[in-house]
Design a protein around this ligand. Sequence first.
Ligand SMILES: [Zn+2]
Length: 344
Amino acid sequence: MRATLMYGAHDVRVEAVPDARLVEPTDALVRVTRACICGSDLWPYNSMAPSETGNRMGHEFIGFVEAVGSAVRTVKKGDLVVAPFAWSDGTCEFCQQGLQTSCLHGGWWGGTTLDGGQGEGVRIPQADGTLVVLPVGPDHALMPSLLTLSDVMGTGHHAALAAKVRPGHVAAVVGDGAVGLCGVIAARRLGAERVIMLGRHADRIALARSFGATDIVSDRGEAAIERVRELTGGLGAHSVLECVGHGESMRTAVSIARAGGAVGRVGVPQEATIPNAQPTFYANVTIAGGPAPVRAYIDQLLPDVLEGRIQPGRVFDRVTNIDGVPDGYRAMNEREAIKVMIAF
Ligand SMILES: [Zn+2]
């Protein structure tokens, strides 16, 4: 089979690799039909040290179950399934509380030991806890939105929950990538009355508006903070969704939260410390968040997608086949594309 490997910064290759296969009785084998490139894939794309062996890439995918191990009960050959960006057993202490990204027997796709989603086949550890069967066919019009349940829609939802979005709240979203755009959907879905999007790209702003953003702030740094303060009567936003992970974006996020408000952070932090510790402390601002337990959120968000109430699949503005994956990384990195879908 063929799969995507990253060998270093700006070095993505599609290569022949050994076929995915069952190893443990709890495994399933999935033939991938749709996958995508993630904003978080761009961190290593810009910084990975050269590697002899390369890392298998991709953690968002939909596909058909081709085979299951003897212990698998909830999925069977022929099922169309979506995989969350982390795999989990579904039964441990943390899975039972809905925090599957901390599963005691779980882990992450790709790297040097597991298959990644940007390839033709994936061995699925802990298949019962991980996979969710989709009640549609592979060419269904909702496929892009269903694919976002692997990561970006669930991650935007997690940011909104961590930022304690409630009906009537003013929410602000820092980051106009796919996660930030899904954060707009999530904040509105949870009842936010106003959603302020901080972003500067015309295509992303248009999409944010159609997802329900009511105000756009295109300034940066201090000017952005000032502008959000102006828009909120000097008080700041109740709920801030931090969807980037840079020190600068985190500084903006904590600076636009109002006293007693909350920052929900889902951008992987690229710096060791959280900025503005003292002002944030004195304002009683909650800072919460982390990797989203999207496995739990698939169950919550799937009905909204199936019934068309939310359309997060609109974040995909480019489709490629597996040969186009390296160029897809380049296009996303250069902000030429918001999010690239891979159709197999
Ligand atoms: Zn678990």
